[in-house]
Design a binder for this molecule. Structure first.
Ligand code: AMP
Length: 416
């Protein structure tokens, strides 16, 4: 779990703003659900035998409630959708969320126990046009965030009938390899063989590499849905890779699955920036009045920030006010207040430093101007306005100081 200090949070805010701007153009509205949900919600929807539920949830009991700090956002949003009977008021809903998620994972590069996701959900549209649009939007989002080098993996694991058939095919394949599998995978052979495909154990992975592909057992209607998705992605010119081994670690998915991975290797094994898929059965499970098809994705904010890390220095303050004596403090603070009212960022330094120390500080903050108010200036009701970009200095009246700074900064179109 990490602290995010003010010098880092500016990047977070820019990322969040870009995400909000893009998704709101697609009609998504923000949902904010509690960080705590009933443990049962995650156990039922994510699946008892997944790593998230079996090993990673922060769960506790208080009074008579069994509660879990949310490990992901989809189940809570779906719970809210059903609880507020949203399907009765609108046929299609598009929701987004931003916020912390908690999983007690083994720490690794790009993997944290409190991490943050930005995610979207669409309820009420069975796709595949909806799926294609969401995948295209994901690509637009990460591009806008400065990620260039990525591949979108897509797959379909079909509906209930396909998954039952696939489970049988996987059991038949893994059974003869049973003794070579890790302990978790051996158990999952009976409970949930699909999960063996996303085992992180290298021995399991070697065996899983030869497993049958879900594409071979897709029911005709699932195959048509998947073909529709690929056709529309082609038409939208969104590059993608069909990846029959993509199963993702949560049980609630049906049909479309996708993951956006970076290819540059900065994140090592944790190369997925975002992942998502369709979950057409969840709303019905949760007691919705009728089944509602749904699809969603979640993007890992830390991972995006890691792969886009650069030394982007934001602009500094418009002005650094440097009063040289206590008598000038009120004038400096007053002019700073006026400049802030005019919408610009500035600082007034009343610590009583020398002129030299103050100019050093102004430069290190990358201020555009320094306004020096010494005894001489006070006596004539003026300030010395120094252009820290190296364009000289001039005297301006104290009464017009804030306005003079605002005009010069705005005329230049930088800082503030
Ligand atoms: P998931 O909810 O597991 O489908 O994950 C969706 C995205 O969230 C992943 O592609 C990652 O970018 C991010 N993510 C998941 N788990 C973690 C974690 N423990 N630490 C950091 N990011 C994570």
């Amino acid at each position: 779990m990490k602290d995010i200090l003010p010098d880092q949070s500016a990047r977070w805010q820019r990322l969040e703003q870009t995400f909000r701007d893009i998704v709101s153009r697609y009609g998504y509205g923000e949902v904010r659900t509690p960080l705590l949900e009933a443990t049962e919600l995650f156990v039922r929807e994510i699946g008892e035998d997944t790593d998230v539920v079996a090993k990673e949830m922060y769960s506790f009991e208080r009074h008579d409630d069994k509660l879990t700090v949310r490990p992901e956002g989809t189940a809570g949003a779906a719970r809210a959708y059903v609880q507020h009977n949203v399907q009765a008021v609108e046929p299609v809903s598009r929701w987004y969320y931003l916020g912390p998620m908690f999983r007690a994972e083994r720490p690794a590069k790009g993997r944290y126990r409190q991490f943050h996701q930005a995610g979207c959900e669409i309820y009420g549209d069975p796709g595949p046009g909806c799926d294609a649009e969401m995948i295209a939007m994901c690509s637009e989002v990460v591009r806008a965030l400065g990620v260039a080098d990525f591949v979108i993996h897509v797959n379909s694991i079909g509906g209930g009938a396909t998954r039952a058939r696939y489970r049988e095919a996987l059991c038949a394949y893994f059974e003869p390899h049973k003794d070579a599998l890790g302990e978790d995978s051996r158990r999952r052979l009976d409970t949930n063989p699909l999960r063996i495909l996303d085992s992180k154990d290298p021995k399991d992975r070697a065996i899983a590499a030869g497993a049958p592909s879900v594409v071979d057992v897709l029911a005709p209607e699932d195959a048509a849905h998947f073909a529709g998705l690929r056709r529309i992605l082609d038409e939208l010119r969104v590059p993608y890779l069909v990846d029959p081994k993509l199963v993702r670690g949560l049980d609630y998915y049906t049909r479309t699955l996708f993951e956006l991975k970076i290819v540059s290797g900065e994140l090592g094994a944790q190369d997925a920036l975002l992942g998502g898929g369709r979950y057409d059965e969840m709303i019905g499970h949760l007691g919705g009045k009728k089944p509602v098809p749904a699809i969603g994705f979640a993007m890992g904010i830390e991972r995006v920030l890691e792969v886009t890390a650069g030394d982007e220095l934001g602009p500094g303050p418009a002005c650094y006010f440097a009063p040289l004596s206590e008598a000038a403090h009120g004038k400096a603070l007053g002019a700073a207040r006026d400049l802030r009212r005019a919408g610009l960022w500035c600082e007034a330094d009343c610590r009583g430093l020398s002129l030299k120390a103050m100019l050093r500080r102004a430069n290190s903050m990358r201020a555009s101007f320094a306004a020096i108010i010494g005894d001489d200036e006070l006596a004539s009701g003026e300030a010395t306005l120094k252009d820290l970009g190296g364009h000289g200095q001039e005297r301006v009246t104290l009464a017009g100081l804030a306005q003079a700074v605002a005009e010069r900064v705005r005329g230049r179109g930088t800082a503030g």
